[in-house]
Design a protein around this ligand. Sequence first.
Ligand SMILES: *Cc1c(COP(=O)(O)O)cnc(C)c1O
Length: 239
Amino acid sequence: MTESLFAERCQDFDENFSRIRERMEKAALSCGRNPEDITLLAAVKTVPVELINYALKKGLRVIGENRVQEFLEKYDRLLKDQCECQFIGRLQSNKVKYLIGKVTCIQSVDSLKLAKEISRLSSNAGEVTQALVEVNIGREENKGGILPEALEEFLREAGGLPGIQFKGLMAIPPVCEDQGELCRYFSAMFQYYVDMREKKIDNVSMECLSMGMSSDFEEAIRCGATMVRIGSSLFGKRS
Ligand SMILES: *Cc1c(COP(=O)(O)O)cnc(C)c1O
């Protein structure tokens, strides 16, 4: 990145960051929620580490990476003491070893095999890794995630594992025709989140409902999201 392009992207970020925070606040207040109860996670795939570090200096706190390789390439230069890194992409069990001790939370846990590997490697390292269960809310074959009806059984089994602490749910709904359809997916997620909390499953807490991206985060907030994951509206379109 040339210096002038970098300066431009920083300036764009400043504007985007304040606009996004305003919109999040407005969406929260519009449905009687406390804006402080909603965390902004910046989805940083393809974003150069210089720009991420700039964003961190400007007050961004939580970032999410999708790809292990890309995460590792950036990790050494990242201002780690100023941020919390989470993993939000699809994850194969054989790559878990690269993340333990480096990310606080893996949002995309969608199989017992993956949960067991996170548990095993975290325990060996004396770490506890937080996790969210990814729910395949649209029942899409090409997407990861546990089907809603399998959620309780999954949490009962995986919740008992050492070294992994389940904290909530994550979802990426299908592309929707209209707001109403989208809202039904988000609301269904909120209902599962509440249901799972009420089950009081051992070692499982429901504190985080991660849903909503650039195009739909306000709707997600109105439906109960406690975390939104925003990429392109913060850093610009990905090439
Ligand atoms: C890229 C990504 C986002 C953010 O998407 P935008 O539309 O750029 O805001 C959120 N969640 C996941 C899992 C992603 O991969």
